[in-house]
Structures are given as C-alpha cells and as structure tokens.
Design a protein around this ligand. Structure first.
Ligand code: B1M
Length: 212
C-alpha cells in the first residue's frame, strides 16, 4: 500500500500499535525517509489526539494507549534514523524536569542525538535538580539537556541551573533546553547556552555547543 501520512496518524490516534508498526515498516520499505514518517505521520498523530484531549473529546486512557503506539512506531524507525556516525561527538545528560511526566519528545530527542553521534545518559522523567547534579558529577557530560512540556514545570529548569551553580558545576557544562512551551526568549532569560524547538534542531544545537 502506498505511503499515507494520514493512516499512520490515525493508527497512533486509535492506539493501534500493531497497525502503527505495520504502516511504519511499509513506509520505510517504500523508501520514505524515516524523518518524514516521524514528522508527518507519527508526531501529528499524537498532537491531534492532544487537541481532542484538550477539548474533552478523548480521555487519559486513550492518550496513554496512543503514546504506546507512538513509542512502538518510533522504536521501529530508530535504525533508519541513524546517519551511521559511530564517532562520539560528545556526552549529553538528558531528562524531563521535576514534576513533568512527558517523555515522548524527550525520547525522540534522545534517539536523534544518539543517531547523530552523541552518547546520551537518559535520566527519565520527573527528575529533581539534585539528580542532574549527581549525573554531572558521575558522567562529566558536555551538555545537560532539559525537557519540559508544562508551563508549570518549565520554571524547574531554573532550579537545575541554580543547583549546578551551587555545586560549582555550572561552568563545566553547557545547558540546552526544549519542549513545547520553551522559546528562545525563555532560554535567553534563564541564561542557558542552547535551545532547540524540535529533535532535528536539537542535534544541530548540541553539535554547535560541543564545538563552541
Ligand atoms: Co499532557 N499536556 N498532560 N500528557 N500532553 C500537554 C503538553 C498539553 C499541551 C495538552 C493540552 O492541554 N493541550 C498540556 C500542557 C499545557 C501547558 O502547560 N501549557 C498538558 C497537560 C495539561 C497535562 C496534564 C496536566 C493533564 C492532566 O492531568 N490534567 C498531565 C500532566 C502530567 C505531568 O506531567 N505531571 C498530562 C499528562 C499527559 C499524559 C501522561 C497523558 C501524556 C504524556 C505521556 C508521555 O509523555 N509518556 C500526555 C501527552 C501525550 C500530551 C500531548 C497530547 C502530547 C505531547 C507529546 O508527546 N507531543 C500534549 C499536547 C500536544 O502536544 N499537542 C500534552 C509529541 C512530541 C513529539 O512533541 O513533546 O513537544 P514534544 O517534543 C518535541 C519538541 O518539543 C522538542 O523536540 C521534540 C521532538 O521534535 N523537544 C526538545 C522536547 N524536549 C526537548 C529537549 C531539547 C530539545 C528539544 O533539548 C534538551
């Protein structure tokens, strides 16, 4: 069957993980670039469901089931997102800030960074500032990457910066932030070195930061 971005989006919204994986495989077999399948099929699927969730037309269980389908689809794409660069460009400690459980975007950023040649230590979701500090001490990364999807949790990015400062580690790392509510203005306001609005830009920004 010919590639149809709408079918993949529908499969994600329906929470049909088997259909999502099947359509992703078919698109790849047809030679559609993995980033196109991601950006034009999978991501719009979860975003459209988010709009329905906001309007009260679907409920939390449907969103969670759709997230599982999205994750399976992204996993299927992972080998094809690779640019085949095995050289490690740098090390990134990555996590979603405290109070925030959203990780779909953060996981895609992780995959894209790995495919782009970075080693990534993923601390998961709802990560307290102190855990970022511990991870910097333990892994000596080049970059600390912070993700937030809620306006009420993006302020916790500042707490991570404060904790790094207090521990005397702030000068040893570059900090890059991202997530739906995050803007370049916010990044400048809190004084971080890097900002990216999507996963492809995150790889470019991380590459710029390690070269700087
Ligand atoms: Co929630 N949620 N959610 N949610 N959820 C949003 C974010 C929301 C916009 C929905 C809405 O109301 N329209 C809204 C936030 C409003 C706001 O604060 N401005 C919201 C809310 C309110 C909530 C709850 C409070 C709902 C409730 O309980 N009443 C609750 C909070 C829970 C918590 O975190 N404490 C909640 C819960 C959930 C679920 C658990 C059901 C689920 C998350 C499951 C999971 O992640 N495992 C969920 C989902 C799925 C969403 C939506 C529908 C989709 C988010 C997503 O995955 N997008 C979202 C609505 C929407 O986006 N339309 C919504 C796809 C993803 C690929 O994009 O994450 O933006 P994104 O990532 C992009 C970029 O932002 C960027 O690159 C990624 C890939 O290109 N990026 C980075 C991300 N991190 C980066 C880091 C970087 C660089 C780039 O550098 C380090």
């Amino acid at each position: 069957m010919a590639w149809n971005r709408r079918d993949i989006s529908d499969a994600v919204q329906n929470g049909d993980d088997q259909q999502t994986v099947k359509l992703v495989k078919e698109a790849i077999d047809e030679g559609i670039p993995a980033t196109t399948v991601l950006d034009e099929g999978l991501v719009p699927g979860i975003q459209q469901l988010g709009a329905l969730f906001q309007d009260g037309e679907v409920f939390l269980p449907e969103v969670l089931i759709a997230c599982r389908a999205m994750d399976r689809g992204v996993e299927e794409l992972k080998p094809y997102l690779s640019v085949g660069d095995t050289h490690k460009k740098g090390k990134v400690v990555l996590g979603t800030v405290e109070g925030d459980l959203h990780d779909i975007g953060k996981n895609i950023v992780r995959i894209m960074l790995e495919c782009g040649g970075f080693e990534v230590i993923d601390l998961g979701v709802d990560v307290p500032a102190s855990h970022f500090v511990d991870a910097v001490k333990q892994h000596s990364p080049d970059i600390v990457g912070l993700s937030a999807l809620l306006t009420i949790t993006m302020i916790n990015m500042r707490e991570v910066l404060d904790a790094l400062e207090k521990s005397g580690l702030r000068d040893r790392v570059k900090v890059m932030i991202g997530g739906a509510p995050i803007t370049r203005e916010y990044a400048d306001q809190i004084g971080v070195e890097g900002f990216a609005e999507d996963c492809a830009a995150a790889v470019d920004e991380a590459t710029r930061l390690v070269a700087a």
